[in-house]
Design a protein around this ligand. Structure first.
Ligand code: KIV
Ligand code: ZN
Length: 391
């Protein structure tokens, strides 16, 4: 498969997603989520904003040391202190990226930064040059690009690439654009910016009008090769582009997207989605595409009958593709310890990861309340058992 045809998946659940939670996550919670996100086989994971607090710095540093596989990325405004903190927090990562940004829309330049576009560009160029002392993988974002005139975007992006940015990210920060407009921005950048092919074009869409996924997909069709997204689409206000929807769109509609592909291990989607929901205390709406409780439930008799005769009559994806295991034994209050141990083993836990006797008692209490206990419930029970032991 050609590298040009790969759509890079940049997960920002632990940065843009976490930023929007009512209560911040503990370091332990972030580490657990970081491992789950790495299991999804994302290409890059943005795991925090190191300068924002000592706690954030420590979490980024720990993830950089512990989590292998994806490129580990930290966010930094285009200011010297941010870049320095980001470079230090990421020091021990096997593969690291510094993501720096500055606002470019007239509204943000005038009222937030009180700068001209030229001044913002000089600041961005200095930040990119500084970042290149720590890594050669540098992403630059034009905050509020969706409301920035195209010539202004071209101006700053040309200089950012010349300074060493290897990924250029176009955020629709306030979720304002519609798919045709957003695709036109990508087309124009590809046609107008000299040396644009030296950098990977990326998009980062917010969901204020419910268009984050549609805008991201249109951008890919126009030539973008990285999508920034979060598990369950969690994020500021109405959220970010949802990782699981993008991955399943590209996989399910290969008739449209081939030869483009993502490297997401889709069978990890269901598990990571429920873990994010539990840990972030953000319930998943039942009719949420791909991961909602009703996403594969067929209520009408005609549909049930059709699916029994041939799965694809009413199902465009198989539940197994997103990691929903069919025909598995239901875990209920009648299930024994052995079954629980067996299931945890399948989920990758060893006997030393939990105390079976205590876990079984918590399992029975939960099964009495819920009826059926799911894999993600079991994982949450193990997680909370370990948390209590360490307190
Ligand atoms: O929404 C946004 O503009 C951002 C940037 C920092 C990429 O999150
Ligand atoms: Zn954002």
């Amino acid at each position: 498969m050609s590298a040009d045809n790969k759509i890079w998946i940049f997960d920002t659940t632990l940065r843009d997603g976490e930023q929007a939670l009512r209560a911040s996550l503990s370091q332990k919670q972030k580490i657990q989520l970081a491992h789950a996100i790495a299991r999804l086989n994302v290409d890059v994971m943005e795991v925090g904003f190191p300068v924002s607090s000592p706690g954030d710095f420590d979490s980024v540093q720990r993830i950089a040391r512990e989590v292998k596989g994806p490129v580990i990325c930290g966010l930094a405004r285009a200011v010297a202190g941010d870049i320095e903190a980001c470079g230090a927090a990421l020091k021990d990562a096997e593969r690291k990226r510094i993501h720096t940004f500055i606002a470019t829309s007239p509204l943000h330049l005038e009222y937030k930064l009180r700068k001209t576009l030229q001044q913002a560009t000089e600041q961005a160029v200095a930040a990119i040059r500084q970042a290149s002392r720590y890594t050669d993988d540098i992403e630059f974002s034009c905050e509020d690009a969706g409301r920035t005139p195209i010539d202004d975007l071209c101006y700053i992006i040309e200089r950012a690439i010349a300074a060493g940015a290897t990924t250029i990210n176009i955020p629709d920060t306030v979720g304002y654009t519609i798919p045709t407009e957003f695709a036109a921005i990508i087309h124009a950048l590809k046609n107008k910016v000299p040396n644009i092919d030296k950098a990977r074009l990326s998009v980062h869409c917010h969901n204020d009008l419910g268009l984050a996924v549609a805008n991201s997909i249109s951008a890919v069709q126009a030539g973008a090769r990285q999508i920034e997204c979060t598990v369950n689409g969690i994020g500021e206000r109405a959220g970010n582009c949802s990782l699981e929807e993008v991955a399943m769109i590209v996989k399910t509609r290969q008739d449209v997207f081939a030869p483009l592909y993502t490297n997401i291990k889709t069978t990890e989607i269901y598990r990571s989605s429920h873990l994010v929901s539990q840990i972030c205390n953000m319930p998943i709406q039942p009719n949420k595409a791909v991961v909602g409780e009703n996403a594969f439930a067929h209520s009408s008799g005609i549909h049930q009958d059709g699916v029994l005769k041939a799965q694809n009559t009413y199902e465009i994806m198989a539940p197994e593709q997103v990691g929903i295991r069919q025909n598995e034994l239901n875990l209920t209050s009648r299930s024994g310890r052995h079954v629980i141990q067996h299931r945890l083993n399948d989920l990758g836990y060893s006997k030393d990861d939990y105390n079976l006797d205590e876990l079984y008692q918590s399992f029975l209490a939960l099964a009495d309340q819920k009826g059926r206990v799911f894999d993600y419930d079991l994982e949450a029970l193990v997680f909370f058992q370990n948390l209590q032991e360490q307190d």
